[in-house]
Design a protein. Sequence first.
Length: 420
Amino acid sequence: MDILKIYNTIWQNGSAELRARLPQGTTDNIADIQSAITSGENVHVANEFMKTLMNKIVKPQVHTKIFTNPLKSLKKGNKPLGDGVEEIYNNFIKAKQYDKEGKELLTRELPDTKTLYHRMNSQLKYKTTVSREALTKAFVSWESLEKYVNDIISTLNNSAELDEFTLTKELIKIALELNAMKVIPIPDPLASKTNAENFIKTVKTTSGLMKFPSSDHNAYLNAQKDDDIPLITFSRPEEQVLIIDTITDTTVSIDVLAAAFNMTVVEFNETRKIVIDYFPVRDVRAVLVDEAFFQIYDDLWSVASFDNPDGLYQNYWLHVWMTYAFSILVNAVAFKVASDNDGDGEVEQFSISYELGEGVTSSNKRSTANEGGSFTTTISGASSVTVTMGGTAVNDAYDSESGKVSISTVTGDIVITATV
């Protein structure tokens, strides 16, 4: 940062009063500028200078330094005009037998169009104060002023970046809680070399299968209850993103994973693999998603200020408004450590069946659950709900007030009976 150049830019574009009361900057007149800008007679000039510095100089500097969030590449940029973003997906068409008589010539066949809407849901602000005393100390030298400006930039940037990173990771947790990601059980890759090798095989196999049209790697049916037609989609290798935590990344052989994406290790590390500190969900080691899974948009990025003449300081606010959402119209899987609860050396898969009365619905349509995993659903329209697991009643699984069925650890076949 050339702080002398920045100062002169402000000076050249400032008001006539600012140019009259402050000298143009040179390499050796910082003391004269300090004396002028901190003079009691030049309060308005000092305020004009700092306001311009924050809005015209600091703002673009902060914006160009927003690269610390490891998941930032998954953002979709500025939101288009309007409050919301609409996702539209036209599902695959089911073929019919040829009819030589053309009986359906004039009939309509509407496409299976699936639609989602995402709206702004985060409005955060970051406040910092600039005092006359701090400004006086900053103008001791050009180097001191540059450090002062950089400190302001770092404070605003680091605070906003950390929150953005945390909220992006939180989307994974929310998606799993809402059954919006397919969960693939794995042996813990951190436990042994064999497990690590099996983990790589599972990721490689999943990545390969995601290239082909299928409903196996998205959770569309489980994530909503209004549509019972499976979503058929696919993700090319260049559209897939593997997010992995640090300890797992250092344990597994990355060169094998890179080969699965037809990339060199360097290319894979720089583009298709994103390493984070940890997942907010226990025992999740990695997620493999279509790059369109994260629907994150910038709605507003603005700096505002207010002068407090009584306290001789100015307050500045960085406003960051964003849309944080995920898509259930694309492939998304999570690799989660499975639990062998009964100690037989295998992770069983149990069935989930629903005996629902007329008009009763379940938000979750899953038909299987892995041993040691969890299961949740919301029952609507029922007056009586019973839950059994492994043939035994689970009396505390159903909350009548919310209609939610929650099983933290699956140990057997689940049967949900709900009557009107």
